[in-house]
Design a binder for this molecule. Sequence first.
Ligand code: G6P
Length: 608
Amino acid sequence: MCGIIAAATDRSVGKLLIKGLYKMEYRGYDSAGIAMHVDDQVAHLRTLGKVKLLEERMKLEKPKGKIGIAHTRWATHGEPSELNAHPHQSNDRVFIVHNGIIENYLSLKEELTKEGYAFSSKTDSELIAHLLDRNLKTYNSLLEAVQGLKDRLDGAYAIAALDQNEPDNLVLVRNRSPLVIGLGKNENFAASDPLALAELTNKFLIMEDGDVAKVAPDSVEVFDAKNQLVNREQLTIDIKAEAASKGDFKHYMEKEIFEQPQAVLNTLDGRIGGEDVLENIFGEGSSELLAKVKRVQVVACGTSLHAGRVAANWFSAIAGLPTQMDYASEYRYKNPYIDEDTLLVTISQSGETADTLAALRYANDKDYLGSLAICNVPTSSLARESDFLLLTNAGPEIGVASTKAFTTQLTALMLLTLSLAKATGKNPRLRGRIIKALRFLPEKISEALALKPEILEIAPEIANKNNALFLGRGIFYPIAKEGALKLKEISYIHAEAYPAGELKHGPLALIDGEMPVIAIAPEHELAEKLVSNLEEVKARGGALYVFGNAEERLGLTSGKYINMPDCDFLLTPILYSIPLQILSYEVALLRGTDIDQPRNLAKSVTVE
Ligand code: G6P
């Protein structure tokens, strides 16, 4: 989960590479580096820390080259340091950047060490440079040397390589890690994410697993897994410049929170009709498939799994279907129950999360009814490898803590619920009611965003605590989990979520004046029981913060109450996510953390 960018141009390439790295810092930001052909040498710069420090080094050293590779890192093997930063090199001849994990690195390292190669880093990536150097002694070109890598490397990798003796081109290889080629006029590029190239081109070739490409300013040649020259389909992807900028907001996260009314509108656009969801919104033939579904298996990670947990309630309540939920990192190892009536649903913002992808690939070999992905990135592996797909259309999400991706996933999952129910004729009136409520959802989200001044009042009280507890019941328990995750990710406050009824089975022991308790309490059949749980907190001196829509009926006598807009009960999980996102953001702002790039985290986790 690092970001790679490479460019072969007929102009100075340094600034362009740095700009691309900035756009991929969400993928990792503990160190960065660059290598480029300069005259008959390769200039090589690496820095510990964020891309800004690399940019400053570049300004001092002013290397000028037209062909180069660059990298921003999220450490897996070896701590963040200049020596562990990419590009790695061998014999001052070969330079590589790598995203992924080389699983057989220990045996390869041993083999290369015996041959006299010295390792200066603790990474699993440096050996790639040495392997290439060794290959170049027997192969005729960098292209062939890279093709010769594929039989030796086990694991996931996207690599860009330079050979000092080939100053006119660079070579790429991809296997289970994202890499796209961008096509320009007298210049061509490559990156882990098309976003990094958005200002340079809108024409892309998506590399497939096993592809190797030779990239020069005026040519791109792609060779497939069998080393045959191939034509990969050219895609036009327009990414609006403003989509990848902060605009007037302090952070991407804040911007993305406030984009949610529009993002949800985009998810709904073209997918709902007068009183029902439209046919085949997941792709041709999807309605026919959905009619056969008897069970659902959901697999995802992090925030995306929280969206799945909410949806499991909807599948059961609206479509009458049981759901099995699994962390993608656990799913393959638990001998999952698989049958021909079960639909596999994967949920992922990036579509490149290694565990989720591995789960899909595992499932694709089994006898599931089919696979369906809810995903935000059309060019991603998940989007391309699933039988059916619904894009969330949230636009690029750059803040590491997921916000608009989550609410659009929930919206998309409600569309899936309605489609499943429609396919078997269940609950037509309820479906009509939800469709109507969905049309008002963007407006309701705007109303929830307008609660920011009230949230600003409580944020300082939570910002000076070390722990927090989030409570919800039923369909709101996953929202409590998501609220706790948001708070810990960006403010580093330890936060946990419980179904409120579980409080007295342990966590109540933690309650004292130092433990803020944040409760999600819209009016529903469990609201009264929730009030009893909150009374238990109050009686122990815990500080209560309640988000609800029926203050009087709840009859709470103390604590802070934030009155939420009314909305159809089944959509309230989407609405109640909003104030929790704002709360985390404001708390983190007060604590002065690095909100868009919290320590130790990365947005796209492309390693298992
Ligand atoms: C990382 C991100 C989370 C995200 C999770 C799953 O941990 O920091 O925000 O929820 O990955 O990512 P995905 O792209 O699959 O939704």
